[in-house]
Design a protein around this ligand. Structure first.
Ligand SMILES: Nc1ncnc2c1ncn2[C@@H]1O[C@H](COP(=O)(O)OP(=O)(O)OP(=O)(O)O)[C@@H](O)[C@H]1O
Ligand SMILES: [Mg+2]
Length: 318
């Protein structure tokens, strides 16, 4: 089974698509069969970053039932071992996914034959995006050192953990009520944490429920990557995010590292050719290559077993 790596972020424009394209090429160069999927429905632009012309059917064709499967619309790239599934550039407007369609896509993603499947997600923490992020325990959360970006990354993590716990229990269960009420009862500044207080509430309801939730929290190990880093202060910010997430949510973030600000990245977009191919010695692709080795060694080949949920209208205050 392929290792799925979803790339998410709270704030937009932080570098997910640039990273996805260059990471895909690096993995392919290392001999790993890699599939890149543009799941930024409504804002697909992975083809541009890969330098591929926009004339292929994409995920939207599967959503509209014009095509049967992601496997069928997978495009061969000019790079050996690298495959691509476009988003919705030919068929814009498929951002709102029905529950059954999402379920079908998730199943197909999990069944792709590859070493790695990388998902370039839309920015933000809508439940549809978070559900794609939760396909794997190894998602990467992207942020820049900008304060709003870090705060939005924190919200993304919080929503993901809420959704993870919620989907660990059956629809209409008492456990779901407990989780929902806990999250909506003003967590911030209350000194109450998921890992301690929510688990206690679930344990008080039933020992089994507490154990299930505790295991899910323990196994969920999202990675964090800080992009566009220019100084040490930015790196310290990553540590702060890690500490706060641990203290308030009880999740141990795996701080994958940081990628430098690099003007060659912008130049590569103009050239429509990924920087790792045109300028592999510049700071961004160099650091990305080091990170890829760490990523491969840190992978936890597991997927959270969750119930799917059609109750997507539910909101939480973040
Ligand atoms: N390390 C970097 N150095 C310099 N510029 C960068 C770097 N990373 C990203 N950028 C700039 O940020 C822009 C946005 O990057 P990208 O499109 O990958 O973000 P995104 O997170 O996918 O955005 P969205 O949320 O809209 O999908 C790029 O066009 C590029 O100009
Ligand atoms: Mg993008």
């Amino acid at each position: 089974m392929a290792i799925v790596i979803p790339i998410g972020s709270g704030k937009g424009g932080v570098g997910k698509t640039i990273f996805t394209s260059n990471l895909g090429i690096k993995l392919a160069q290392l001999g790993k069969k890699t599939v890149l999927i543009d799941l930024d429905l409504g804002g697909s632009n992975l083809h541009t970053c890969l330098g591929i012309k926009n004339r292929h059917s994409g995920v939207s064709s599967v959503i509209n039932k014009q095509e049967d499967s992601l496997e069928e619309i997978m495009v061969n790239t000019e790079i050996e071992n690298l495959f691509f599934v476009p988003g919705d550039t030919l068929n814009p407007g498929t951002g709102n996914l029905q529950f059954f369609t999402k379920q079908k896509l998730i199943k197909q993603i999990n069944n792709l034959e590859a070493d790695f499947v990388i998902l370039d997600l839309a920015a933000g923490s809508t439940f549809n995006t978070v559900d794609f992020f939760l396909i794997s325990s190894n998602g990467i959360i992207f942020t820049t050192p900008e304060t709003t970006s870090v705060l939005n990354a924190y919200s993304f993590i919080k929503t993901s953990v809420f959704r993870l716990l919620f989907r660990s229990f059956k629809a209409k269960s008492m456990e779901r009520d407990i989780i929902y009420n806990f999250v909506n009862s003003k967590l911030e500044g209350s000194g109450r944490s998921f890992s301690h207080d929510l688990l206690n509430e679930l344990y008080a309801y039933s020992k089994d429920s507490g154990e299930i939730a505790e295991l899910k929290i323990k196994e969920f190990r999202p990675m964090v990557l800080i992009n566009r880093v220019e100084n040490q202060e930015s790196i310290n910010l990553g540590m702060k995010l890690r500490d706060i997430t641990w203290k308030n949510i009880g999740i141990e973030l795996n701080f994958l590292g940081h990628l430098p600000e690099d003007k060659e990245v912008q130049a590569s977009i103009f050239r429509r050719s990924p920087v790792i191919l045109t300028n592999p010695g510049s700071p961004f692709p160099k650091e990305l290559s080091t990170l890829t080795e760490k990523l491969i060694s840190d992978i936890f080949p597991d997927q959270p077993q969750l119930y799917l949920d059609d109750d997507d209208l539910m909101t939480i205050e973040t």
